[in-house]
Design a protein. Structure first.
Length: 405
């Protein structure tokens, strides 16, 4: 009942009584978080072991796409409330879960205790609010309950709680609510006139405060990764493709590739530092897992390259090179997808065309690379001539050695 009273404070604020308070706040605790274009407030009742959540966005009066808040560190296993505005201006809150990074379903829910607060859920021009109740997860301390957030620009086609969802375009992890903070009776964060304290301020500009240490870490991570994977590595690849027929290419190729790896190395550990600073789990989503895989594989690629060069120099054999070359191209292609994944999880919220710029650049690099195959015949001819010359030198050396015996 006290949670119902707390959620009623939201409704009062929504219709204009922004300073409405809950009379009995004993035993209630609360915390809030505001991100880009949303605020979420949780009020926990230690007696009922239930938490009331209120999600507020500074838009309304029309379908907005969908907004999700989940308890957990990743999609898999998270206890989620997915919210949207319908075409008739009613609102829906759907209780869902999922076993992985695919569409959450009502049928996948394992935590059955859940209810919506219809009186406190409304949409109007400039503001939409959804409110629901669910228990706190037991795997986190009460002062650090982990949450995730996601938003999609396309609204579900139906008000039914089990309707299909279009994939989100942005998500956040590592949202921590401290349910040991006393609840003051203030209106939920994001509601006009609210005095509820929050961890950040709701805005439509994203998390772009360069005074924030984590923001700076991930910004430098992004810049270094793009410079390494999309500038230096392609230059090194093109030096190898064209240089074989025109100049002594390997020293330049090696220098550029080592410079690129240095940037990737620094950027990789910056990302680990950034996640640790946020207090989130490491390697918990596709971008982080693929980043780890690429980091390991690029080290393998360096070993392939060094072995290929030494084997060719000493024995005249190029067998490892036949693995090194396509393997490098595959890694470059994966890096393009990886950068797109990074943009999708970055809380700076870069525009969609940022990925298109990377795609266009990668397409140009690919075109330049394959144009270089017009010199393949000349390259093979030079390789055969070099091999014949080396064989002749070896033969002459052998004859001289035999003659000196």
């Amino acid at each position: 009942m006290r949670l119902l009273a707390a959620s009623t404070a939201l409704f009062a604020a929504f219709v204009g009584l922004a300073n409405a308070q809950v009379s009995d706040t004993s035993g209630l605790t609360a915390d809030s978080h505001c991100g880009e274009g949303y605020c979420v407030t949780g009020i926990y009742d230690s007696k009922s072991k239930m938490a009331n959540y209120t999600l507020v966005v500074p838009q309304g009066g029309a379908p907005l796409g969908w907004y999700a808040i989940g308890q957990g560190t990743q999609m898999a296993g998270a206890n989620m409330a997915i919210n949207w505005v319908n075409s008739d201006m009613t609102v829906t809150t759907s209780h869902r879960s999922t076993g992985g990074e695919y569409q959450p379903l009502v049928s996948a829910v394992t935590v059955q205790a859940f209810s919506t607060n219809s009186d406190a859920s409304r949409t109007k021009t400039g503001q939409t609010t959804w409110s629901w109740n669910m228990p706190l997860p037991t795997q986190y301390p009460q002062n650090a309950v982990q949450h995730i957030f996601a938003v999609a620009s396309v609204s579900p086609s139906s008000s039914a709680v089990n309707t299909n969802l279009v994939k989100h375009y942005r998500n956040e992890q590592g949202i921590v609510l401290d349910f040991t903070k006393p609840y003051t009776g203030a209106s939920p964060a994001g509601v006009a006139g609210s005095t509820q304290s929050t961890s950040t301020t709701m805005s439509m500009t994203g998390q772009r405060d360069l005074g924030n240490n984590t923001t700076r870490i991930f910004l430098v991570h992004m810049i270094f990764m793009i410079l390494g994977w999309q500038l230096l590595f392609p230059i090194g690849i093109l030096l190898a493709r064209y240089g074989r027929t025109f100049f002594t290419w390997f020293p330049y190729h090696r220098a550029v590739m080592w410079a690129g790896f240095l940037l990737v190395f620094i950027a990789f550990f910056l990302a680990i530092s950034g996640v640790a600073t946020e207090g989130g789990p490491h390697f918990s989503n596709t971008h982080e897992k693929l980043g780890l895989a690429l980091f390991i594989l690029v080290i393998v690629q360096i070993v392939f390259g060094a072995a290929s060069h030494e084997l060719k120099k000493r024995k005249g054999l190029r067998y490892i090179g036949f693995v090194h070359i396509p393997f490098g191209l595959i890694l470059y292609g994966l890096s393009v997808w990886q950068i797109h994944e990074g943009f999708s999880v970055w809380q700076w919220n870069p525009p969609a065309y940022a990925s298109y710029i990377i795609y266009a650049w990668a397409g140009l690099m690919g075109l330049l690379y394959f144009v270089g195959f017009i010199f393949l015949r000349k390259e093979l001819k030079q390789y055969k001539e070099e091999k014949v010359a080396k064989d002749q030198i070896s033969s002459d050396d052998g004859q001289k050695a035999a003659g000196s015996v």
